[in-house]
Design a protein around this ligand. Sequence first.
Ligand SMILES: Nc1ncnc2c1ncn2[C@@H]1O[C@H](COP(=O)(O)OP(=O)(O)O)[C@@H](O)[C@H]1O
Ligand SMILES: Nc1ccn([C@@H]2O[C@H](COP(=O)(O)OP(=O)(O)O)[C@@H](O)[C@H]2O)c(=O)n1
Length: 209
Amino acid sequence: MIIAIDGPAASGKGTLAKRIAAHFGLAWLDTGLLYRAVARDVLAAGGDLEDVQAATAAAKSVNADSLDDSALRGPRAGDAASIVAKIPEVRAALLEYQRAFARQAGGAVLDGRDIGTVVCPDAPVKIFVTASDEARAMRRFLEHQSRGDSITYDELLADIRKRDARDRGRSAAPMHAADDAVHLDTTALDADQAFAAALRLIELASNKC
Ligand SMILES: Nc1ncnc2c1ncn2[C@@H]1O[C@H](COP(=O)(O)OP(=O)(O)O)[C@@H](O)[C@H]1O
Ligand SMILES: Nc1ccn([C@@H]2O[C@H](COP(=O)(O)OP(=O)(O)O)[C@@H](O)[C@H]2O)c(=O)n1
């Protein structure tokens, strides 16, 4: 079974995807880490995030074993990722890795922005996770606070709004819910409640298959 989970920044996609994967014994890929790693590698080489050649070269050589890097979760890494993510050649270079991951025996859960629309359009279960801007900024703020990162709630609110607009507005694989995705608004749900709601949606979707 392939489960596609998409949604805007800090909506809780990763938390949900990880838990769903563990529950069903499926592999999990946080595809945002790929874009974060490409941005990290461009900057580490002294390059410019808007440079198509440099970003494409980084995407072609990104090492999937280098995703377990806490710097990828740093306060500026999401913004940098969304700049390289606008580049069609970068997206193309990362596509086959994601599709191969999804095809693995036993199935997989992938979370990102274009899983249900581009990476796995035939996934039998698609969930588009949302939450209010303020709830998402507060969740990210608490996360950064616990890591000791110095960034304010207001900066994070501005970051997620700017990033969402960039992700929705780009021409290559813009963020939007697939026509056959179910929507899950987690604004008023804690992580346990969001997980329980997602399990119900998966059960309903599986019964339709
Ligand atoms: N339903 C929820 N209620 C409160 N906090 C949540 C919820 N879901 C996730 N979180 C927390 O919010 C932050 C962002 O969640 P995460 O799963 O990383 O979002 P995303 O993958 O969409 O960026 C994390 O610190 C996570 O622990
Ligand atoms: N499938 C994906 C995943 C991420 N991305 C890009 O990568 C950035 C970081 O993604 P992420 O999922 O790690 O971000 P958060 O939602 O965790 O803040 C996003 O803002 C998108 O620009 C994408 O374009 N397509």
